[in-house]
Design a protein around this ligand. Sequence first.
Ligand SMILES: [Fe+2]
Ligand SMILES: [Fe+2]
Length: 172
Amino acid sequence: MVKLFVCQICGEPYLGESIDDCPFCGAPEKYLKSIEDYSKLWDVELTQQEKSDMKETLDLEINAAAYYKKVSKANEKYSKMDRLFKQFARVEEEHAEVAAKFLGVEEPELKGEDPKGSPQKDLERTKELEDAAVEKYQNFLKNASNPKVEKFYDALIHAEQGHAQIASEDLK
Ligand SMILES: [Fe+2]
Ligand SMILES: [Fe+2]
């Protein structure tokens, strides 16, 4: 039977019989819950450390979302690169949105680097960006003292590892 799931990380609703990763933010299945179990992730007071890590997270996510959107548009509409990077951009924008909510700020305008000139180079750059994000978020996870901030980085690490994996598969 179809039921309503709500992602504990990004708060987006999803209707389905079952679920894998969140289609909006890429959080793993364990974070998809029924509405009765939902509470806003960003309703917390951040420590100074969490605040500065969250600001860096927001910057990384905004750059990635803007870059991926441009890569998508640089490729033929409905081609594999266009679809893949459209979805990458969506997920990163969702991450930026949640980071902005944690910080209690408006989501900044999407601004970031330009496409690198070929699918090969963009996949390489994607792998680089995602690997770097995973490393950062592993540190931010260690720095976090709030369980909700920990959940956020746990989910982000999962999502970005997935992106890095797809990018390196496509590079083969
Ligand atoms: Fe989500
Ligand atoms: Fe992200």
